[in-house]
Every structure is written in C-alpha cells, then in structure tokens.
Design a protein around this ligand. Sequence first.
Ligand code: GDP
Ligand code: ZN
Length: 349
Amino acid sequence: MNSKQARLSSDDGHVADASARLLEGLIVDGSRGQYRVETTAGSITCTIRGRLRKQLVYPTSRSGRKSVQKVQVREHDPVAVGDRVRLLPTGGGAGVIEEVVARVGGSFTRRDPDDGAGKIRSVAGLDQMVAVFAVREPEPHLRMLDRFLAIAEAQDLSALICMNKVDLGIAPWLAERIAVYRRIGYPVVETSAEENIGVGELRARLAGRTSALLGPSGVGKSSLLNALEPGLSHRVSAVSGSTHKGRHTTTGTRLVPLDGPEGGYIADTAGIRALAVDRTVLSRLDWCFREFRPFLGSCHLSDCTHVHEPQCAVREALRDRLLDRERYDSYCRLRRGDDAATEGWDDFE
Ligand code: GDP
Ligand code: ZN
C-alpha cells in the first residue's frame, strides 16, 4: 500500500484498499459542495473530500499515481462541471470525490452572481465552442464572432462556426466572409434547422466532445438543438432556467449528454455571460488571431502591438494581402476595447 492509499484509509477508516473501489466519472452538475457525477455505475451524488480543497491529486500516468502534487488552493470549488474525477461510492447513490483526473481542454471563467461577491466559477473540460449565427434575421455580427474566436484561442478550445438559416439564402458578401474563416482554419457548418440542412454534419462535429453553443438570441440555437435530438433544447434549458422549480437552483453550468454511440455533451451556457476579453486574452491577443501566428516574432520591436509600430511584420502581411483587413480591424478594436470589448456579450443566452 503506498502512502496515498494509506492516507485514504486513515482518513476514512477504510481498511480495504480504497483505491481499488474508486470509480471514474464526469461531473455533470453541481456546485457548493454537491456534485452529480456520471459513472459507468450510474449517476452518483457526491460530496468532495475535504483534503481535496487543499490538495489536488493529479495522477501522472494511467498505470498509477506516480506523483502527488500540491497546488495552490483556488478560491472557488476545486472541481468544476466537466472535470473527470475518481470517487469512492459510499452506497445509496452517494459518494465522495477523491481525485481530479488531469484536466483536459479549456475552461470558461465567468462571474456567478449567485455565488457571492466576485467569485469565479469555471466550466472545465470543454473542448469546443460553437459560435452560432444566422445568415440573416438577425444579420450575423462578425465582430462578435471574432471576439468569440479570440476567446476560444486563449482558452485552447477549438472553435466551430455554425451559420444557421441557410434556407434564407447566403448573401454574396457573407459567402466571401465564410470563405475567409475557412481559409484561416475554422470549420464552418452551414445549417438550416428549419429545413434540416447540415444537421448531420453538426451532429458529427458534436459527437464525443463537450461543446458550448453560443450565439445571440434568435439565431436558432434552440431549433438546432431540437433538430439534433427531439427535446434537446428543453433538456438544456430545463437545467438552466431559473423558472425550473423543485430543485436547488444554481447558476452553475451543467452538461447535457447527447445520444449516439460516440456520446458527447452540450454545456448549458445560460450562466456564461461574462465571456469577456480579459487580461489573459489581451496579453496575447495577437496569438489569438491564429492567422497572425506565422508573422509574430518577425516584427522589428519584440513587444510590437502591430498597431502603429515601424517594421511590423503583421502590418506588412496585411499590406501584402496575406492577412484579411476585417479580421485585422477586429484585432485593433479588441486591443483598444478594454471595457467596451465585453459589450454585446449580454446578448448571449
Ligand atoms: P435561439 O434564440 O437562438 O434559441 O433561436 P430559436 O431557435 O428560438 O429560433 C429563433 C427563430 O428563428 C424562431 O422563430 C425559429 O423558428 C427561427 N429559425 C430557427 N432556425 C431556423 C432556420 O434554419 N431557418 C429559418 N428560416 N428560421 C429558423
Ligand atoms: Zn508587429
């Protein structure tokens, strides 16, 4: 028995090899010390081992715990929806979270108005942000899209662009813009929830991943979810709506499982409003415009902001039409933006 198992035993009074009984699962719901974890043995309601608040255990290999790493205690919950954890079942559908399995993917950080003054909660384990816009009604807001993409890059999330309502016809200017995004490397799915166009492609891109669907209201997010699976929109909003009675309403983000052999989850993003361009984004905003990357490092000044400096490789690339003017303008706006950069995010559901 290694020292960690020994500690588990003495903590708990379990004499058996406790680690052998640990189940692995995904936190799909919860906050304030109560978590719902989906495991192969079903859904288990868990509390969290007190020790975890001081010490997160990150196993370094599949074969066993090679290292026990002390990390700084975060102000907020040490685990978040989307984390994979190991838990000790205590019977009756209950359990105790013992370990956080090393985190993959990015996380959103947002302010939770319900969670006390300025506390930040996060949604871990997201792999994908899906930016949903309509080709018209409402007109697509591409500055918002660029801000969204920059935040996805800063979080190391892959981004998928979904252009819905293609049954209404794609204007030539928009077709050109879509081509620009594809050239930069962002996949664009063209869908119509109404006429069931592109829904299969969207489904395939959601399968096996944990995605957050974001976009202004009216673009068809609910309709798309329902086109993917009947009732899905309700399932996503039922867990998020403040009108949902009979449960402890938290504004914590939850994950809604997708049908299908490959699984996957949709993160309910009702609470994610403060998707702000914060300091972490601003500190490497140029890198968050992925098409700039080949030129970064070639500017005359090492701390070039690519706005006004002489011998700037980014602006030279722009002049040589290797970079897109509109995207560069979005970059400049976000740089200048500060507080204004978060404007418009309240439109997001
Ligand atoms: P949400 O606010 O993003 O969830 O958008 P909704 O799903 O509520 O849709 C807003 C409106 O757009 C509704 O009237 C839908 O019927 C309509 N809508 C959604 N998808 C499509 C589409 O693919 N084509 C057309 N023409 N209308 C759509
Ligand atoms: Zn530069």
